[in-house]
Design a binder for this molecule. Structure first.
Ligand code: COA
Length: 436
């Protein structure tokens, strides 16, 4: 390493880095596959000397003792922009709270709430090059904004991280301390789509023209869609999250980014989450541009794309067209992420469309996800006045600009056939659409 940039002068051990945390501190943490797992694992070992330390996290991938163990109560409190599988339980125990957000403003709104005061940022990066530059690699959603606000910046250097391009560079002089933790990257397994997901994928593919630009959200359905787009031509990618399916589309020749109206010739996104195949693809790839979430997800930027199609997933949709993707009744499940950002952006785009896809039933077919009214406690992620196109395995419901009678008919038509009559009866009984 070039001594001019003092890599070794900044290098400390992981316990030494965590020693720098004080009671009452706020720690902003890099998200998803960029999570600094060494620092987060170490935090629980410092419990006895720490009180009321707040971490700000988003879409955590691993289980950490400091967050998950009941004896951490009073020592650590987690503020979370997007829940992962472990977080639902911690939430119910009162040691974690959700931060409602639209992802392009997640960092700036949170900083606003604390008058810009963030004590520490923990992130991950590649080893520096001979000029002292590092790549923030797999995630740029909130990281640069948090880093700029923090009094102390500590990066975990991992030689397994890909060197990604775009706005990912950071110079070693901007960092206070470095630790090393060369762990394998977190991989989100690529699961083969179910029959239902395939059907939904086929319907959505019908709505996508050659030359369109795509955002695909998180979950099984968005990945399934890519399978049905392999024969499309000149698709572009402008997304919050890069996934494995996008690599398949690129390799099949369906994604060229040639007809994009902004960032022509480049796939644009804020973070990558998938398997090693995706991480290898984004490594040093001049055709892949990582930009900050405040840019990729800004609806006014998304909307500058030609024929922008945003596809996100939901848990429940009611007859008004209200979409809930983040809770099951009162139980907080995930988050909004960039759902409304990219949905609104797509609607601003000439020829664009905001698609919400969901299976028509849940709980092994016992309940309908198309409902007369959302379950009590549901947190709306797309309000009825912004809803556009809903897709299930039974078809497509176009709701944009439609009245309640039209919406009710279109939605019941894509509900499970066994449930259509009971939904209609309740919609009439409740007086939502008396003459349905
Ligand atoms: N009522 C009760 N339970 C429901 C339900 C409903 N209406 N809909 C789904 N469920 C249950 C399922 O049965 C499943 O339970 P299980 O894990 O015990 O089988 C669980 O909830 C998850 O549902 P599933 O449909 O499999 O989720 P998914 O992995 O496809 O993810 C979302 C779907 C909506 C949770 C996910 O896409 C999400 O969090 N989106 C948030 C916002 C977003 O899209 N942002 C953009 C990101 S780039």
């Amino acid at each position: 390493m070039n001594s001019k940039y003092d890599y070794h002068g900044k290098l400390i051990s992981i316990p030494e880095a965590v020693e720098k945390v004080k009671s009452g501190d706020r720690i902003g943490v890099a998200m998803a596959a960029s999570e600094p797992s060494g620092l987060l694992n170490e935090l629980a070992n410092h419990k006895n000397r720490l009180k009321d330390v707040h971490t700000w996290i988003c879409l955590p991938m691993r289980s950490y003792d400091y967050a998950n163990l009941p004896e951490m109560d009073g020592h650590f409190f987690v503020e979370n922009w997007f829940y992962g599988v472990f977080d639902r339980k911690v939430h119910s125990q009162g040691r974690m709270s959700y931060i409602p957000n639209n992802l392009h403003r997640a960092a700036s709104d949170k900083l606003h709430a604390v008058d810009g005061k963030l004590n520490i940022f923990w992130g991950t990066a590649t080893p520096p090059d001979e000029r002292g530059y590092m790549s923030l690699s797999l995630c740029l959603v909130i990281e640069k904004e948090l880093m700029a606000a923090a009094d102390l910046v500590v990066l975990e250097i991992n030689e397994n991280l890909p060197w990604t391009l775009g706005d990912t560079q950071i110079h070693i002089s901007e960092v206070d301390f470095l630790v090393e933790n060369h762990v394998p990257l977190y991989e989100l397994p690529s699961v083969a789509p179910t029959e239902t997901e395939q059907k939904i994928g086929e319907y959505i593919a019908e709505l996508i023209d050659d030359g369109a630009t795509l955002q695909l959200g998180i979950g099984g359905i968005p990945n399934a869609i890519t399978h049905y787009l392999r024969n499309h031509k000149d698709l572009g990618i402008h997304t919050e999250m890069f996934n494995d399916g996008m690599v398949d589309l690129y390799e099949a020749g369906a994604v060229t980014n040639r007809r994009k109206s902004i960032y022509k010739g480049k796939m644009v996104g804020a973070f990558a989450l998938g398997t090693q195949k995706l991480y290898d693809f984004v490594n040093n790839n001049i055709g892949v541009e990582f930009l900050q979430g405040k840019i990729t997800n800004n609806p006014n930027v998304v909307g500058q794309n030609y024929k922008m199609i945003s596809v996100n997933t939901a848990l429940q949709v009611d007859i008004f067209g209200q979409v809930c993707s983040q809770s099951i009744g009162y139980k907080h499940f995930s988050g909004t992420g960039g759902q409304l950002d990219t949905h609104r952006g797509a609607q601003l785009s000439p020829g664009g469309r905001g698609i919400i896809a969901l299976r028509s039933t849940a709980k092994n077919g016992e309940i309908s996800t198309i409902v007369p009214t959302l379950s009590p406690g549901s947190e709306v992620t797309v309000p009825s006045q912004c809803v556009d196109t809903i897709v299930t395995e039974y078809g497509i419901a176009e709701l944009r600009g439609r009245n309640l009678l039209e919406r009710a008919k279109a939605l019941i038509n894509i509900a499970h056939p066994d449930m259509r009559e009971s939904i209609a009866a309740e919609v009439r009984n409740l007086g939502i659409v008396p003459r349905l």
